[in-house]
Design a protein around this ligand. Sequence first.
Ligand code: AR6
Length: 179
Amino acid sequence: MTIKHEIENSILELIIGDITTQDTEAIANAANRRLSPGGGVSGAIHRAAGPQLWEESKTLGGCYTGEAKLTKGYNLKAKYVIHTVGPVYSGSADDSEDLKNCYKNSLLLASRKNIKSISFPSISTGVFGYPVKEASMIALKTIIDFLKEHTEIELVRMALFSEGDYNIYKSSLEKILKD
Ligand code: AR6
């Protein structure tokens, strides 16, 4: 199952898939503030990339919530990993701003490094507890707004890990496009 939607000259894609096997130039990591391997997406990315990813990550001085940092991809198909730290869901107004910054700062970093394609997992919706429906609206709106202004990024792919998450993202995309 795949959805492709054109925004200006770029493509926004929704797929069901594993972030670690994506062939985009960069993949985003739902990281923690130390940029240590941890569990979830981050653990899977570190396992697939190999130990050099943690060696490089250690030199970066951590990452604040909403920020993004770049490393190489090592054994991954993707040449780069963009690490971003989502908010731990608390129900406060800061959550949405922090989550928005994750996508925006990751895309800005990609753009600055001349990266043309990037895959994202659904940031903050696992261990960090962000409700998927709310998170999907923020993720998609932020990506769409960015692609309207920045045609240099050719492809943004959301790699959703379950059919349930994919369906939620699909409904959110339909809703955003209708509004
Ligand atoms: N590919 C794509 N999506 C995945 C994969 C995968 N291989 N594995 C899990 N997901 P999470 P967070 C989905 O918990 O909520 C770590 O320990 C998963 O089903 O990885 O931002 C870090 O070190 C969920 O929908 O990220 C942090 O401490 C989504 O990816 C903390 O977890 C995000 O789940 C970050 O928590």
